[in-house]
Design a protein around this ligand. Structure first.
Ligand code: ATP
Ligand code: MG
Length: 303
């Protein structure tokens, strides 16, 4: 049985259209992830990636369908699901320590100040910000602000870390360093993560699974790509792996052609049976004979 730690079950998102009709961003979207997995979503602008992430975060609601996390239907935001946005979204009047401590004390309301501070400090150290605890966001670089965001997200030991293009506004060097840190932390802690990116190499480096979405409106999850590179891959020598170009080309080909042409093929597409492929030295192998995702038994509503 697949471990469906995250299960997106037939969700749709519709908005009122300009001329009185309805615009469907996507519908009947099914996707599941196992505990400890790192999933990246790739697709062109406007296909609905942020909408999916916001629904997972509880910041938005699907027009249809449900999202189950760890056996519970989600409704509204929760400290079980931490979000790291492209913009850091820090409280400007609080220090680094204050920002992280605020999240910690929101999660563990009965903890005294010393315990909150010690816990927050542990995560500030983890992201390499030791010595900057008492700086305010205005005194930090973009990369440092994102580090605070990561420390804040991890400090509440979320069930899922949700990231919406978290490094896209950073310079290449800082982006690389933060990718290394996120990867190290996720591997060490078994953190489940769901990330949106436009950076194919970022997805190849970080993700176990890459979800390919077609163009919107009416976007669909076309394919799940299993990363064939070894778990102990390094960012610097990623391109030396014999499967690297097969994987990269597969994703680029999708973005350049199949993400657009897929609509023509959509009648043969079963959203509950999206194929998982594993690019290799020859043609991509289909690793899972598509199997319908079963609806999860739901226990309680998590808030
Ligand atoms: N409040 C809203 N009202 C109407 N349409 C909306 C609203 N919010 C989002 N949309 C539409 O939903 C679609 C998907 O938006 P979304 O932000 O999820 O895209 P995205 O894939 O994250 O794009 P990008 O890569 O540019 O961030 C877009 O066409 C957008 O215009
Ligand atoms: Mg977006």
């Amino acid at each position: 049985m697949t471990d469906k730690f995250i299960s997106i079950e037939g969700i749709a998102r519709r908005y009122p259209g300009a001329s009185g009709g309805t615009t469907t961003v996507f519908e009947n979207l099914w996707l599941s992830m196992a505990r400890g997995e790192f999933g990246c979503v790739i697709g062109h602008s406007g296909c609905g990636k942020t909408t999916v992430l916001n629904i997972l975060a509880g910041l938005d609601e699907p027009s249809e369908g449900a999202v189950i996390v760890d056996g519970q239907a989600i409704e509204g935001t929760s400290l079980d699901r931490a979000v790291i946005f492209q913009s850091h979204a820090l409280l400007p009047w609080r220090t680094v320590l204050g920002n992280v401590a605020y999240a910690v004390s929101s999660k563990w309301r009965k903890w005294d100040r010393a315990r909150v501070k010690a816990h927050a400090q542990k995560f500030i150290d983890l992201v390499g910000l030791t010595g900057s605890e008492h700086k305010r966001p205005s005194e930090l670089s973009g990369g440092m602000k994102q580090r605070v965001g990561i420390a804040r997200a991890l400090s509440i030991t979320p069930k899922i870390m949700l990231m919406d293009e978290p490094f896209s506004a950073l310079d290449a060097l800082t982006r690389g360093t933060l990718q290394d840190e996120v990867r190290r932390i996720c591997l060490e802690t078994g953190q489940t993560a769901f990330m949106i990116t436009h950076d194919v190499d970022e997805a190849i480096y970080l993700a176990d699974k890459i979800f390919l979405m077609t163009n919107g409106p009416g976007a669909v999850l076309a394919e799940i790509v299993e990363n064939p590179l070894p778990k102990d891959r390094g960012r610097i020598d990623l391109h030396r792996h014999p499967y690297y170009y097969a994987l990269r080309n597969h994703i680029i080909d999708f973005l350049v052609t199949r993400s657009k042409s897929f609509t023509a093929d959509v009648t043969n597409h079963d959203p509950r049976n999206v194929p998982t492929v594993r690019p290799g030295l020859t043609e991509p192998t289909i690793v899972s004979s598509p199997r319908a995702i079963e609806t999860s038994p739901v226990q309680t509503i998590a808030r």
